[in-house]
Design a binder for this molecule. Structure first.
Ligand code: ADP
Length: 360
């Protein structure tokens, strides 16, 4: 039997330590590279237009938009051409369909670069949209603020007029509620459109949510002389849903129903169960002014406000129904509307027992 003698001296120890050091540095380098790439992926996924990370001219990551466009030959050409540039560049290309594309090539290091293809026409349209959006929202903010300012000044000028004070306090409180609802709608819209948005679901009695929403809005209904009623069948199942978001959707629909119904009218809320389709069906019917047929396909669009029948002034920000639709769809439900001018409108939406994102 031969003896195996392992000699472990200072040189071997130094080699072992060196080996350990090199592998630790290597592991740290690989992990940091991976983290950096993940970080880039997150950034690229946040772009609404095609964006890619290239290494020595080869695409190592392309966001969803870029993967869609890469199927077209002409985009392959644009990418190949841009990746040849040695410096960061911005150039303009026109596609076969006549779209003007701004190609941004950003050098990150000798090997890596970022390629962004910005649809110039679309960007122009988006700029116009946001200009319009800011104008509408500013107008919606300015109206209640002017009213509040006016009544606060009136209260200061006549501190002994008790009746006047009470009336002003009420108006200030109503206008503050309107402002709060507008700001809530804006914040929710920003949240719903963020890639990180997720519902906060918990077991929920939808019937009691409707009772609560009706109670919140009953004073306004009384003031506008509109009869508000709720039909709730017994034995409805509990659902798993985001309470705060659903209440906001219901309040927006109720608010519209009251806003577009003249005094003496009625608003009826119904809740039903569909055990076969595993969802609840909620409808909000009003006997108001109704919506013209040509406006019906557009009312869920962001900022859309229908021309009002009988030339009454157009109120609101045009955000309410967009939010309602997004909230319902985020739960995996659907919303539809039926309406007849001068007879009223019915908004009907479904909410699955178990919230789920609809399949694309
Ligand atoms: P807004 O906050 O401006 O009311 P919405 O998005 O809630 O915006 O509604 C969009 C448009 O749909 C409104 O401008 C209005 O013309 C119409 N609309 C919504 N609900 C009703 C309703 N119950 N009756 C009549 N018209 C309605």
């Amino acid at each position: 039997m031969s003896d195996f003698i392992l000699y472990f001296g200072p040189l071997e120890l130094a080699a072992l330590l060196m080996g350990l050091l090199v592998s630790t540095v290597l592991i740290i380098f690989i992990i940091s590279q991976r983290r950096r790439r993940q970080e880039f992926r997150r950034i690229l996924d946040g772009f609404s237009y095609p964006a890619m990370l290239l290494r020595r001219g080869q695409i190592i990551y392309a966001n969803g938009e870029a993967q869609e466009r890469r199927k077209k030959q002409e985009f392959e050409e644009i990418i190949r051409e841009a990746s040849r540039a040695e410096e960061s560049t911005v150039r303009t290309s026109t596609t076969e369909e006549g779209h003007v594309i701004q190609v941004h090539m950003i050098r990150l290091s000798n090997a890596e670069s970022l390629l962004i293809l910005e649809d110039y026409d679309l960007a122009q349209k988006q700029h116009a949209f946001y200009r319009n959006f800011i104008q509408n929202v500013s107008h919606e903010l300015k109206t209640p603020l002017t009213i509040i300012q006016g009544h606060a000044a009136k209260m200061g000028d006549a501190p002994d007029d008790r009746q006047g004070w009470l009336a002003s306090c009420r108006i200030i409180s109503d206008e503050t509620k309107r402002l709060t609802q507008l700001v809530d709608n804006l914040l929710t819209l920003a949240r719903l459109e963020s890639p990180a948005f997720g519902l906060e679901c918990a077991p929920l009695n939808f019937g009691s949510l409707l009772e609560e929403a009706i109670l919140d809005i009953s004073e306004l209904a009384e003031e506008r002389q509109i009869a508000l009623s709720l039909n709730l069948p017994a034995g409805l199942p509990r659902i798993n849903a985001d309470r705060a978001r659903l209440k906001q959707a219901v309040l927006n629909l109720l608010d519209n129903a009251l806003k577009y119904t003249p005094p003496g009218g009625e608003v009826i809320v119904n809740l039903d169960n569909d055990p076969e389709k595993l969802h609840l069906v909620c409808s909000i019917r009003d006997s108001g002014e109704g919506i013209a047929q040509e406006d019906l396909p557009n009312i869920f669009e962001k900022l859309y406000r229908a021309q009002r029948i009988k030339r009454r002034p157009v109120e609101g920000s045009g955000l309410g129904l967009t939010l309602v639709q997004q909230i319902v769809e985020a739960h995996g439900g659907e919303i539809r509307v039926q309406s007849e001018v001068d007879r009223g409108s019915t908004f009907t939406f479904t909410i699955p027992y178990e919230a789920h994102r609809p399949s694309p």
